[in-house]
Design a protein around this ligand. Structure first.
Ligand SMILES: Nc1nc2c(ncn2[C@@H]2O[C@H](COP(=O)(O)OP(=O)(O)O)[C@@H](O)[C@H]2O)c(=O)[nH]1
Ligand SMILES: *[C@@H]1O[C@H](CO)[C@@H](O)[C@H](O)[C@H]1NC(C)=O
Ligand SMILES: *[C@@H]1O[C@H](CO)[C@@H](O)[C@H](O)[C@H]1NC(C)=O
Ligand SMILES: [Mg+2]
Length: 529
């Protein structure tokens, strides 16, 4: 029988160093073979040279900016193929936010709409004041419409609002410090954007919309028509920021989503992979792996562990007392101890063998086709969520609801990352490098008040830049580089699509053939020392 040797002739430190080298090698090999991107956010001191995403070329076959750098607007618009789209800019807001509303309009007009003149729709749960309407009209030449949201739509059902549980739920979320949890109006806003905005008659009179908010900034010129390009490229939903939700706001959202999927036998689109981890990731009958492996990154470590332990067991069976100085045995032993000490992890969000990773597109910016939401699958999804009361029992945000809801029907390829659009909302921003500037496109204003043909303040161009005349404010970080794990996942998926995507009809296909994968690792192991 195998016996645990009482003294191992290496110090703990020595071992740790070896192990970290080993892991580093594994990670490096792994990263190089699977995709050429290096994670920036999660880098360690050893990875000082890793280049931030924002300075890399991250294009893949299906994901790339429609254009890099500026277009000549006149020529673009006069192209015979081009036609203006049935589209509008939509903002839900309150009268008292007028100054911030104007800031947004000026920014959007100056960087985009002075050339394209798409109309605006403003929505409010109260009537807009004349002052609000006049001020808005002073700041754009485009058509502007103002809509009031019916109180029956805006509020929760009367019996809910009258109930003790409703008040208590808001208070309790406040006490727990759930972000905006105590704010009744915020809950209503999230509910409205989750399930009602796309049914408002003013919004329904357009096919496409661009959602905007008060007090946001655009930093680059958008000299092409994003609606038209989306249509041309088969895209239906576009975003600028993908980020992780605060878990406390949505503890039961994923459970509710899974129950809707199960009841209605929904076959999700491949976008589902952006938001979920599956525990059926690897094709294996090995019980330990089945329980613990759900990401490619875990797979490599766990199988290496298994290979080393298998080796140890085999050697000890073959010659009773094993050679304690054999480094392979030593590694196996360490792994065995590690594995024995490690628990099968508990995942709070695991339902139906899946786990929501909390990622979502930030919905304060959306450019989309209205019917990505205005369709029976999504609409019934919203009704299902509404019935469960999560918009007040918890503080389900419209962003995670939109994202999971989109994934019920959309494939990854139908979503577009507007990498070239510089955008700030609250304290987060994404702002691209300017594209290389040849040929030089002169600035021609669409409206004289936006003339800046003599401006020289634009950021310097950069090799992999995509922006047009960006002026990015100096900030510590760009969300593109720091949105772990969501941007990483987004980019991984881009490469997975090229490498034969393993998702179809709402089901994962085992991505890894574990026997052949294991054989590869075994070979490495045997020849390594
Ligand atoms: N009419 C109206 N608009 C609201 C209300 N609450 C939020 N909004 C709007 O909904 C959007 C999101 O709200 P905001 O406070 O910016 O939330 P945040 O972006 O998540 O911090 C903004 O466009 C607000 O103007 C409300 O009670 N009434
Ligand atoms: C835009 O699309 C909406 C919804 O499909 C339709 O009702 C409307 O007539 C269209 N408007 C134009 C100008 O084509
Ligand atoms: C996986 O690989 C093994 C060994 O390389 C092979 O025998 C097996 O048929 C493969 N399984 C699948 C499902 O491809
Ligand atoms: Mg906001």
């Amino acid at each position: 029988m195998f016996q645990i040797p009482m003294s191992i002739n290496v110090t703990n430190q020595n071992y740790r160093r070896k192990l970290s080298y080993l892991i580093l090698i594994i990670v490096l090999v792994f990263v190089t073979i699977t995709y050429p991107l290096k994670r920036f956010y999660n880098r360690t001191e050893d990875d000082e040279n890793i280049i931030p995403y924002s300075d890399q070329n991250i294009d893949t076959e299906h994901q790339y900016p429609f254009y890099k750098g500026c277009k000549q607007v006149d020529a673009y618009v006069n192209d015979l193929e081009y036609h203006k789209m049935n589209a509008t800019c939509v903002m839900l807001t309150r009268n008292e936010e007028i100054e911030d509303v104007i800031k947004t309009i000026e920014s959007l007009e100056s960087h985009f709409n002075q050339w394209y003149h798409y109309p605006y729709v403003f929505l409010n749960d109260e009537p807009f004041t004349n002052e609000f309407i006049e001020r808005v009209k002073q700041h754009t030449n485009s058509d502007v419409q103002f809509g009031t949201i019916n109180q029956l739509d805006w509020n929760f059902p009367e019996e809910v609002e009258k109930s003790f549980e409703y008040r208590e739920a808001l208070l309790e979320q406040g006490d727990r410090g759930v972000m905006y949890g105590y704010m009744e109006s915020y809950h209503k806003m999230c509910r409205f954007y989750s399930g009602l905005f796309y049914r408002h008659p003013l919004v329904r009179s357009y096919e496409w919309y661009w959602r905007i908010e008060p007090d946001v900034d655009f930093f680059c010129d958008i000299t092409y028509d994003p609606f038209y390009e989306m249509k041309r490229h088969g895209k239906r939903y576009g975003f600028t920021v993908v980020i992780q939700e605060i878990y406390a706001t949505v503890p039961n959202l994923f459970r509710a989503t899974r129950s809707y999927i199960n009841q209605n036998k929904i076959k999700m689109g491949s976008l589902w992979k952006l938001f979920t981890d599956t525990y059926e990731y690897a094709d294996t009958e090995e019980p330990y792996l089945k329980k613990t492996v759900f990401r490619e990154a875990d797979l490599y470590y766990k199988i290496s562990q298994k290979v080393a332990i298998d080796h140890l067991v085999k050697v000890s069976q073959e010659n009773g007392e094993s050679n304690l100085n054999d480094e392979k045995n030593e590694e196996g032993l360490r792994h065995l101890i590690n594995r024995a000490q490690s628990k099968v992890p508990i995942f709070e969000r695991k339902f139906d063998n899946e786990d929501y990773n909390g990622c979502h597109f930030w919905s304060n910016f959306e450019i989309a086709k209205r019917d990505v939401f205005d369709n029976p699958v999504y609409d019934n999804y919203f009704k299902h969520l509404e019935k469960l009361g999560g918009f007040w029992k918890e503080r389900w945000g419209d962003a995670p609801v939109h994202s999971l809801g989109l994934a019920l029907t959309l494939d990854f390829e139908q979503v577009h990352y507007f990498r070239d659009i510089g955008y700030r909302h609250s304290s987060l921003q994404h702002c691209p490098n300017n594209a290389p500037t040849k040929p030089k496109i002169p600035y021609v204003s669409g409206e004289s008040k936006y003339d800046r043909s003599h401006s020289t303040l634009y950021d310097k161009p950069s090799e992999f830049g995509s922006g047009c005349r960006c002026q990015c404010p100096e900030v510590e970080y760009d969300v593109e580089d720091y949105s772990f794990p969501c941007m990483d996942r987004w980019l991984e998926l881009g490469f997975e699509v090229e490498n034969n995507f393993n998702f179809k009809d709402g089901k994962y296909y085992p991505y890894m053939n574990l026997s052949s994968f294991e054989n590869g690792i075994k070979n490495d192991f045997e020849t390594r020392f």
